[in-house]
Design a protein around this ligand. Structure first.
Ligand code: SAM
Length: 283
């Protein structure tokens, strides 16, 4: 499946030839080690059967790995126009298998270029990574257009995604991720794995979507309840959830949550029960 990829120059040469000095404002920390890019691509699962959406291909290290692992078609969204000639060389080496969309991933809808099943794989720019993840986890309809997300984050963000109740990292991101996906941290990458090295350790997180949410709840209501609860995470729920109505203590008690509890202690199942009670009360 490597096709003409083997004939491409090494990434360091590509970076030098196209003057791709890393820009901090674009979250540019490049992965040049083929063993690592291959390892990330393999975490994503069955690529030959899938289209892959990659955000921020940069000089194309991970893009090459996705193609080498046999991805049927890769759609890559890149904001930095300096990277486009390097990506065009990869596209030329794999005719018909790489589509590059130039622009901001927060503004572009790549849907028209993708055929299901779709997997999303990215070494995300840190400045937009969490926002993209929240968007992918909160589409208008479920199941979403993607089967799985395989994403690089700062280790601290990865821990928030997989955190259990009672831990400091547990919060809105944990609930959104664990309600409708099975998230797991697959491996860590030290700063020295990147060029230039970031300040912190990174981790790859794989999130496999569930066809049905783990517990029933209206998505918008659950999102609102969790945002309120964790917006003031050190407060008791009877205080942080006051905007839900004057009878918030009754709502909490009706689903077995002590009103003096803090958001950090409340399980995903209990938050879903609370969201159902809030919706039933017309809030
Ligand atoms: N995938 C490459 C790798 O692994 O070496 C580069 C990863 S680098 C951490 C993040 C990439 O995302 C950069 O190429 C950067 O230009 C791009 N980027 C930053 N903000 C973006 C945005 N809003 N939309 C699309 N790409 C963006």
């Amino acid at each position: 499946m490597t096709g003409g990829l083997d004939a491409l120059p090494p990434l360091r040469e590509v970076i030098a030839a196209h003057g791709l000095s890393a820009r901090k404002a674009l979250g540019q920390n490049f992965l040049l080690d083929l063993n690592l890019t291959g390892k990330i691509a393999r975490q994503a699962g069955d690529l030959p059967a899938c289209d892959v959406l990659e955000i921020g291909p940069g000089p194309g290290g991970l893009t090459r790995a996705l193609l080498a692992e046999g991805a049927r078609h890769v759609v890559a969204v890149e904001r930095d126009p300096r990277c486009l000639p390097a990506l065009a060389e990869i596209a030329a080496a794999c005719p018909g298998r790489l589509t590059v969309l130039a622009g901001d991933a927060l503004a572009i809808d790549p849907g028209a270029h993708l055929t299901p099943p779709v997997r999303i794989v990215a070494n995300l720019p840190y400045n937009v990574g969490t926002e993209l993840l929240v968007r992918w986890l909160t589409p208008a309809v479920w199941p979403p257009f993607w089967q799985s997300l395989t994403l690089m984050f700062q280790r601290e963000v990865a821990e928030r995604i997989v955190a259990a109740p009672g831990s400091k990292a547990y919060g809105r991101l944990s609930i959104l991720a664990q309600w409708r996906t099975v998230p797991r941290i697959t491996f860590d990458l030290p700063p020295r794995a990147f060029t230039p090295p970031p300040k912190v350790t990174s981790a790859v997180v794989h999130l496999a979507r569930l066809e049905e949410p783990r517990f029933p709840a209206d998505a918008a209501t659950l999102s609102r309840v969790v945002a309120l609860a964790f917006g003031q995470r050190r407060k008791m729920l009877r205080a942080s959830l006051k905007p839900l109505g004057p009878d918030v203590e009754d709502l909490l008690l009706s689903v077995g949550i002590p009103p003096t509890e803090r958001a950090e202690q409340v399980s995903l199942e209990a938050f879903c029960a609370l969201a159902r009670a809030v919706a039933a009360a017309g809030r």
